[in-house]
Write a protein of this length. Sequence first.
Lengths: 480, 480
Amino acid sequence: MLPAHAPEFFTTLRTLLGPERCITDQGLLLPWECDGLSHLRQLPIAVLLPETRAEVVEIVRLAAEHGIPLTARGAGTCLSGGATAAQGGALIAFTRMKRILEIDPVNRTARVEPGLVNVRLSEALKPLGLAYMPDPSSQTASTLGGNVAENSGGPHCIKHGNTTMSVLALEVVLADGSVIELGHARGRTEGPDLRGLFVGSEGTLGIVTSITFRLERIPPAELTLLASFADMRSACNGVSSVIAHGILPSAFEAIDDRTIAALEHAGKKSGYPSNAAAVLLLEFDGAAESVRAEADAATALLRAAGALRIEEAEDAAQRARLWKGRKGAYGAMGRLAPDLYVMDTVVPRSRLPEVLPAIGRICDELGLPLANVFHAGEGNLHPNISFDGRNPDQVRRVLEAGRRIVEVCLKAGGALSGEHGIGTEKREFMPLAFGPETIELLHGLKAVFDPGRLLNPDKVLPEPVTCGEMRPAVLRGRSA
Amino acid sequence: MLPAHAPEFFTTLRTLLGPERCITDQGLLLPWECDGLSHLRQLPIAVLLPETRAEVVEIVRLAAEHGIPLTARGAGTCLSGGATAAQGGALIAFTRMKRILEIDPVNRTARVEPGLVNVRLSEALKPLGLAYMPDPSSQTASTLGGNVAENSGGPHCIKHGNTTMSVLALEVVLADGSVIELGHARGRTEGPDLRGLFVGSEGTLGIVTSITFRLERIPPAELTLLASFADMRSACNGVSSVIAHGILPSAFEAIDDRTIAALEHAGKKSGYPSNAAAVLLLEFDGAAESVRAEADAATALLRAAGALRIEEAEDAAQRARLWKGRKGAYGAMGRLAPDLYVMDTVVPRSRLPEVLPAIGRICDELGLPLANVFHAGEGNLHPNISFDGRNPDQVRRVLEAGRRIVEVCLKAGGALSGEHGIGTEKREFMPLAFGPETIELLHGLKAVFDPGRLLNPDKVLPEPVTCGEMRPAVLRGRSA
């Protein structure tokens, strides 16, 4: 059955894509109702599955012609609602555009389609001794196109940078169906950095059809440390101390007592000491000698900060053992309740010792189970709240906790999001982090790229008060 | 004497700034007629020298009120005309806004005013064991505000990145006088990266009044290699070989035979072997052990590529000796003729062996003396042409050489500019590097930030054909 409005849109697309790549049946649409932010749902009017750039162009042109909102989606692992359909809109899912178009080992670049799953690129590069560095925890599921949309981070982004640091060039379909290249495959940009503007724009400025990434050599040596502490405050001081001494681990993660309890509850042997209330995971990469020297220096600093025990692993099997608790944490939390709200905020490292207890108090007051697994070295927090999305009271409390956690982090000099984007989740919080001038600028830029507001509308930017406020002219009359 | 038009603009500014900071006298304006691109001149109608952000806001507001174009200027070392006044416009020179506002050694950030000379920041950081990495060759003269405007590079940017990689946040006065903060002092950006868009926009989107930079620790060890070759082709092969083996020097410079001859001609003892027709300078930084290992590996690869001689220096005095020729090169070229055209283009590293002789042929055909000093590791060329700007025929030939060199580099898969910006110099070449859709997008973004086109107009973007083409609406009707 075709949706009642815009029948021409659907009949043309059915002919173009075939019925199995133009899903409009209510029953088949249900699995596409939300992304990883499961408490915000919106059934798409259709799911479109292009296989080529030409099909993407055709879809965008038809959507523009018929005024249909389009939301680009990779694997749907987004945690801020960015990959959930807009009201009355269709999803354009990149599941079938997942080819590796080129690997250039000499210039160390790779060009891929946006639907390629992150880890598949790493697998293809490994025999060449090359690596794609950004490694979101979702890397076995999330797509590189989604990673670009959210400017995803990951445990190893403290040293190697979020996704944007690895994006050289983007092929983008604009709102009118024209195709442009942003950035430069050789890594140079001239004038304003449109590539940089685009990465992290969550599908609101255009739709990416291919990405050229910068690659790195696989580091010759890696070494992992696991340090356990009797309390989180000591662990946080250890984090600050290591960074302040100019040591830059390639990963610097923290796990709190509530997560350790969740691991125990799930029957997963974390192998952490029974008196540990906080665990730090550090990894170093580079030349064997420098890795050794950095690990020794970090060990001394962590001991001085009060570490109970420090374990070290150099080979892959030992390293996997130390990472086991970190990697299993989300699975363990998933066992506590049907839904998990994975928050994402940032605070200055030096404020971690006060912000973490404040977040704990908020969840305790609201009677919500909290577990913190986070990128400690970057001050990038992930307060994780287990809940049951079918219980409206629980959902209300989760949302209240979310708002209060954001407020605490911003008050501590933090940022709204580290790596999961704004999406629908934090759209209403944007005025807490940005002044009206900046939000107006962002609306103005959005209008340049997407004057008809059809590309992932109702995401990222708070609703303008009137239509006129979206336009550049609103810049007049600002105050200093 | 006040300029005839907009007398109110000048009387108000005279009162605000005092006569010595509001220069309008023709004779006093002459030294401000151009920046480092000396063959393109435009006398400003005034030079304004603010000392505070409030004064900048007032200047921008008054300029908006009276329709006076404003060009922000640091030290005027820009090599693409970006810091030369627009027609009928005033210069707002940041010579007096050069304070270091804050150095935060724990979070490793520094906040400075835009008029601070690059090297002054490094000097202030040194006693703290910290460093600001981007080091344009102009660093003893150029300002950090100018470096942000041009997204400047430098010998050590191959490893540490151009200026944008070190910019965390910018305080910006917009075209209407309002003040906003772009980016985040803790290094996180949410949504589209306005900070990234702004860096490299050459004063066309707003005027920066303070900059927060990311700092690094001074590397524990540094080591310099100088390798001389009998011909440039072998040297270029050495460059490709080192990079292809995953070795990333912190600097990787090349000097050609014409530059060596200029050094000899200037009586500067370069110390290069008499049979050297090309010299590579490599620097390594990091832990002592990794620096040693990288230098050894690079030495073997450079020998295999045919190096005649390789010298090594670990202490500061020895390193300065190896850098002497590189540092003295521009001074030596300056002796060859009254003017020097320092070009800036980029080609893929692998194309250097064919592009360099092609550039040589262009200059030979036009009878122009050429010398190449360049960031070889990045494929970032600087063909330097000595000429006499008072000779119209020489100027004509220099401009023709410039166009033909740009064409050769773009044809080889290169980019228009590596680190000197577009300015007025390469404005007309923009359509060679970018499609009309991208140029229209850039015009659209410019209109969002500066609807009145008063901020460094007539720079970077080629003139739109009609006024309407500057507006977002032009996005309609594009072709795929």
